[in-house]
Structures are given as structure tokens and as C-alpha cells.
Design a protein around this ligand. Structure first.
Ligand SMILES: C[S@@+](CC[C@H](N)C(=O)[O-])C[C@H]1O[C@@H](n2cnc3c(N)ncnc32)[C@H](O)[C@@H]1O
Length: 238
């Protein structure tokens, strides 16, 4: 998983060309909102600002916007405005939560395509639930690259939807929606290039160069699969 985070940094400047699915995911997360003003927004794993851009596009207003990411390179390309506070922090560490001193009732959490990198789901969601009353998450599940992992005989490096739901329900009253996506490619080579640059998977790192070559020969589809769990949640923490 830490390898995947390095990829985000390495390709930060090209990232926007390689994130078609993440762009769709952020759009869907924000277009489902029924509120048009938030007091304090916290965007976990903000990246280059997909949540921010969609919030602007939908004309949703806010008093403050906290953009948190563990990659300095990503934070550097996230938009700036007078209401944005950028926080360089890792949501897998207790220190990340010390940066936030907002009233829980006045804070709303957003996270698009980032929480699949939670090292310990209990740790992360228990902290998130005490940070903000309302939360909107989109989290990649193990259904992502399903056939690829099956063909390679490797286990997905990310959580199943069941694992995510079980932990989230300990800390939130939540509704879940599962969404599948397909991304088609002209050549298998393009597909593997995409995987490397997208920073979504991580799983192919378990394979040697020879194994990747073999996998490219036998992969049966001309598309990649993605599966995302959308979560609308209200914290149970008092
Ligand atoms: C796939 S990108 C998504 C970015 C953006 N939210 C979007 O929807 O396009 C995931 C982001 O999460 C960040 N990230 C991954 N693990 C993190 C962690 N443990 N703490 C904070 N940010 C993290 C990465 O640096 C990257 O910017």
C-alpha cells in the first residue's frame, strides 16, 4: 500500500490524465448531495482537488475547506483560495486528527477514492466518526481489477465491500451504494500503463516482470473493472 502512495507522488503532474474513473467517482459523490451550503468541509485524500472542483461546479458554498493529503506534491497542485486550509497529514496516524479542532456538528467529511488505503479500518473510521457528524465517502473495493487479480492468481490488496460495510456500521448509521465501472483500452499495453500510473491497484507489485508479461498475454478482457462503495453516513459517536 505504501508503494501505491509513492506512485501518486511520482505521477502527480500527469495524474489528471490518468484518473478518468476517479473523476467520475468524485463527480457522483458530489452530485448526489442535497445541501447547498456547508459550514466546514474536510476532504480526506484531497489529491489535485476533484472534490473541490465538483463543489465549485455545483455551486455549493462553504465557510471553510480543509484539504488533507499525505502527498506534498498533491497538496501543491490542489487549488488555493482564502477559505482553503491545506493539511499535510496521513489519516492512518493519530497526529492527522490533532490538526482538526472543528465542532463535530458543523463539520462534514468528504473522501473520494482515498480511504481504500486505510491501514486499519477500525482506527480510521473510529477517528473519522468523532471528527464530523456527516460523512460522504467513495471507497474502491476489492472488486476493482477483479479479473486481473483472478487471472494473476493474486489477492486484491484492498478491502472487500463486506469488510468496509462491517466496520463503517460500527461507527455510523449509513447507506451504501455499490457502483461498478469499466474502462476500455485499445491495447493491453495501454491498460497496464494505466494501472501503473493510476495508483489504484498496488496488487501487480506482487508480480515479477516475467509474470506481468505473461499476465498481459492471457488477460481475457479489453477493459479494466472498478468497484466503488459509496457511503452516506451519520456518525453514531456522541
Ligand atoms: C486516487 S487519489 C484521489 C484524489 C481525489 N480525492 C480525487 O477524487 O481525485 C488518492 C489520494 O489519497 C491520498 N492518500 C492516500 N493515502 C493517504 C493517507 N494515508 N493519508 C492521506 N492521504 C492519503 C493520495 O496521496 C492521493 O492524493
Amino acid at each position: 500500500m505504501s508503494n501505491a502512495m509513492n506512485e501518486f507522488s511520482r505521477f502527480a503532474h500527469q495524474y489528471d490524465q490518468h484518473n478518468m474513473i476517479q473523476a467520475e467517482v468524485a463527480k457522483r459523490l458530489i452530485s448526489g448531495l442535497s445541501t447547498n451550503h456547508y459550514r466546514n468541509i474536510i476532504d480526506l485524500g484531497c489529491g489535485s482537488g476533484a472534490v473541490y472542483h465538483n463543489i465549485q461546479e455545483q455551486k455549493i458554498s462553504y465557510d471553510t475547506f480543509m484539504a488533507l493529503d499525505s502527498s506534498k506534491e498533491m497538496l501543491a497542485i490542489h487549488p488555493n483560495d482564502e477559505k482553503i486550509q491545506k493539511i499535510h497529514a496521513d489519516f492512518n496516524t493519530p497526529e492527522a486528527y490533532q490538526h482538526v479542532s472543528l465542532k463535530k456538528e458543523e463539520a462534514t467529511l468528504f473522501s473520494a477514492s482515498a480511504l481504500q488505503w486505510s491501514k486499519d479500518l477500525d482506527f480510521v473510521f473510529s477517528h473519522l466518526a468523532s471528527l464530523a457528524r456527516e460523512a460522504h465517502f467513495a471507497i474502491f473495493t476489492s472488486g476493482t481489477f477483479h479479473t486481473l487479480h483472478l487471472t494473476a492468481g493474486i489477492e486484491s490488496p484492498i478491502y472487500t465491500k463486506e469488510q468496509l460495510q462491517e466496520v463503517i456500521e460500527c461507527y455510523y448509521k449509513a447507506t451504501f451504494t455499490l457502483q461498478s465501472y469499466r474502462l476500455e483500452f485499445k491495447t493491453v499495453r495501454d491498460m497496464f500503463r494505466y494501472i501503473k500510473k493510476s495508483g489504484v491497484s498496488g496488487g501487480e507489485k506482487q508480480l515479477s516482470y516475467k509474470q506481468v508479461k505473461k499476465l498481459m498475454e492471457i488477460y481475457p478482457l479489453d477493459y479494466l473493472e472498478f468497484e466503488v462503495l459509496f457511503v452516506e453516513a451519520t456518525s453514531l459517536a456522541s
